[in-house]
Design a protein around this ligand. Structure first.
Ligand code: NAD
Length: 276
């Protein structure tokens, strides 16, 4: 059993707040990595068609001792499959690769506004949810204007927006839009892709609590109410990153980490400028 917390979606489903990211983890490593994470207590795995490891993730899920209904699996539609027909085909292919009957969460990976297809794609996601093969539908890398557009046109809100968010890039404005709309915030590259571990604010808080920098950053995400999906395929780090449910940051820690934000702190692409 796992003692971690969950976040309630507006559609009645819930997501375990801490999950495992598997970007750049090839199939043959993804399977044992996912199995190991599930043995360690993780109940949430974040993959995507573009990661080319849905087969390995599915194998890890199916070969673990944890019942399927206790595991939360997210996958994502890649940009060149936006539009109704391609989305339906791409979803079938993802489900086949995963070897599962349903996914818990399906995300539009990027709005890719230059394609002009994210609204049509969102309408197709609504169909997939109605068919029951997707339990919840959401988006990733959407800006406030993209969220407003799909909600205004369909009346259906994504349950979550998965965005770049870590102590160096805290996205206060977009989080405000999420709060206004009732959309949960999920953080990709939550550890800043490993670039924040030597920050003196983080290391001094880590020393104070006798914890590692990664654990401090993950705790900061959890206490902010975010869903957080740190990536590792190293068994010791997988355990380290999950070992965060027996301590808390205090308000001075939260305030100090809150002060690390920089408007130039992105480590990934800007969704308004991305051309893929
Ligand atoms: P991350 O912030 O999770 O950092 C991962 C890096 O930190 C890796 O190099 C890893 O080896 C290192 N690391 C992890 N735990 C550590 C520990 N305890 N000690 C020392 N080093 C440690 O970066 P990420 O992989 O970019 O993001 C996490 C997940 O977010 C991805 O795997 C993927 O699932 C998702 N993601 C989504 C999008 C999107 O567009 N939706 C984009 C990027 C990533």
């Amino acid at each position: 059993m796992t003692n971690q917390s969950c976040i309630d979606f507006h559609d009645g489903n819930r997501i375990p707040q801490l999950g495992l990211g598997v970007y750049k983890t090839p199939d043959d490593i993804a399977a044992p990595t996912v199995r190991k994470a599930l043995e360690s207590g993780y109940r949430h795995i974040d993959t995507a068609a573009i990661y080319e490891n849905e087969r390995g993730v599915g194998e890890g899920v199916r070969s673990s001792n944890v019942p399927r209904e206790d595991i939360f699996v997210t996958t994502k539609l890649w940009n060149d499959n936006q539009g109704r027909d391609k989305t339906l085909k791409a979803f079938d292919e993802s489900l086949n690769r995963l070897g599962l009957d349903y996914v818990d969460l399906y995300l539009i990976h990027w709005p890719s506004p230059q394609r002009g297809l994210y609204l049509e794609t969102w309408k197709t996601f609504i169909e997939l949810k109605e068919q029951g093969r997707v339990r919840s539908i959401g988006v990733s890398n959407f800006c406030a204007e993209h969220l407003d557009h799909i909600i205004d046109e369909t009346g259906v809100k994504p349950v979550i927006n998965q965005i770049e968010l870590h102590p160096m890039f805290q996205q206060a404005e977009l989080r405000g839009a999420h709060a206004r709309l009732g959309v949960e915030t999920e953080c990709w590259s939550p550890l800043g892709q490993g670039t924040i571990f030597e920050n003196p604010t983080i290391t001094s808080i880590a020393d104070k609590h006798g914890r590692t920098p990664a654990q401090i950053i993950i705790r900061w995400h959890l206490e902010n109410g975010f869903v957080v999906i740190p990536k590792s395929s190293n068994p010791a780090r997988i355990d380290e990153n999950f070992n965060v449910f027996d301590f808390k940051l205090d308000s001075s820690d939260m305030q100090a980490i809150g002060g690390l934000n920089s408007d130039h702190g992105r480590v990934g692409p800007d969704p308004m400028k991305a051309e893929f």
